[in-house]
Write a protein that binds this ligand. Structure first.
Ligand code: NAD
Ligand code: IPM
Ligand code: MN
Length: 347
């Protein structure tokens, strides 16, 4: 018998609605197994900030670090200045726990409608760098509020940081269809771009079974829409990966289906699983949010803890659920979660 100590952060907006459904499905997937889930809720997000002015304290981090993994809903609230929670909580977590791999798979499940007319095979994995790039907060503002204001946001790219995520991406490609695409913009961002290019070339020499190509990020957005089957694994920096994976979500049938894992592959700190989407204030509190992205993030969590069989049952349940949606009335968040949990038990 083993125990999975899971920290649970619902966060804001629809985070409060989708996370309970993720937990419901997780419980169903591990029913009858030798794993017991022990959850600890963490009160983080807009509510806490309004009450205390805190986003994420050192003490929160210490307590979170005692867990095996984290399940997060979403952060961000229209009544909190933009960036306070996103940087102070979500990015702080990714950085403090050195979650340098942001794993974001896209697969177009049967029966799911996509905006693409002739999608072909849509089954690719974006390995987004998670702790560097323009996200590090290395910048500043001079002469704020004047006509002469200057703002900088410097992208940090280290050989160590790039190599470790590139290596992870090659491992993934070797275990999938053996193809890796580096997405960057080295025709303009010559410093960071060439570092990424060199490292992909160097690490690639160790993976003769993986074919490698390159696309500038602007062109990559074209190919994702016109010819997504060309992609197996995409490795890219933090900001390009953020943008590409919302597009990938749309291609894969909607952002309500897009899952992610913020992985610390060393195991030194907990990894964190969360839907790609945000707190969706426009639909929050109405039971309209699709919990499937969270449920598929739970499948990534199950993979991470070595329960690939349970993860597969969750994915099969999602596949059946999605296939049965056409022509049926829309269901509430809780109803989809309940149906998925039942399907997992039967899968
Ligand atoms: P969003 O992802 O919250 O919403 C974009 C659109 O997708 C909205 O129309 C929303 O209704 C829809 N949507 C999102 N999730 C859905 C779901 N599960 N089911 C159905 N529809 C869904 O992005 P946004 O509006 O740009 O940002 C809102 C807030 O969330 C901001 O504060 C932003 O900073 C934050 N944010 C947080 C995360 C995160 O926590 N990882 C990710 C993105 C945005
Ligand atoms: C995401 C979000 C975050 C990001 C924000 C909210 C910090 O957009 O998880 O994709 O940019 O990484
Ligand atoms: Mn995003």
């Amino acid at each position: 018998m083993s125990t999975l100590k899971l920290a649970v952060i619902e966060g804001d907006g629809i985070g409060h609605e989708v996370v309970p459904e993720g937990l419901r499905v997780l419980a169903a997937a591990l029913e009858g197994s030798d794993v017991t889930v022990e959850t600890t809720p963490f009160d983080l997000g807009a509510g806490r900030w309004h009450r205390t002015g805190e986003t994420l304290t050192d003490e929160d981090l210490e307590r979170l670090a005692e867990h095996d993994a984290i399940l997060l809903g979403a952060v961000g609230d229209p009544d909190v200045p933009s960036g306070v929670l996103e940087r102070g909580m979500l990015l702080r977590l990714r950085f403090a726990f050195d979650q340098y791999v942001n794993l974001r798979p896209t697969r177009l499940f049967t029966g799911v409608s996509t905006p693409l007319q002739d999608p072909g095979q849509v089954d690719f994995l974006v390995v987004r760098e998670g702790t560097e790039g323009p996200y590090v907060g290395n910048g500043g503002t001079l002469r704020e509020g004047t006509k002469d204001e200057v703002a900088t946001e410097v992208s940090l790219n280290t050989a160590l940081g790039v190599e470790r995520v590139v290596r992870y991406a090659f491992d993934q490609a070797a275990a999938r269809r053996g193809h890796l695409t580096l997405v960057h913009k080295h025709n303009v961002l010559v410093h960071a771009g060439h570092l990424w290019r060199r490292i992909v070339e160097q690490v690639g020499a160790e993976y003769p079974q993986v074919s490698v190509d390159y696309a500038h990020v602007d062109a990559a957005t074209i190919y994702l829409v016109t010819d997504p089957s060309r992609f197996d694994v995409i490795v890219t920096d933090n900001l390009f990966g953020d943008i590409l994976t919302d597009l990938a979500g749309a291609i894969g049938g909607g952002i309500g289906l897009a899952a992610s894992g913020n992985i610390n592959p060393t195991g030194a700190f907990p990894s964190m699983f969360e839907p790609v989407h945000g707190s969706a204030p426009d639909i929050a509190g109405q039971g309209l949010a699709d919990p499937t992205a969270t449920v598929l993030s739970v499948a990534l969590l199950l993979d991470h803890i070595g329960r690939a069989d349970a993860a597969e049952r969750v994915r099969r349940a999602v596949e059946q659920d999605l296939a049965s949606r056409a022509g049926r009335p829309a269901r509430s968040t809780a109803q989809i979660g309940t149906d998925l949990a039942e399907a997992v038990r039967g899968a």
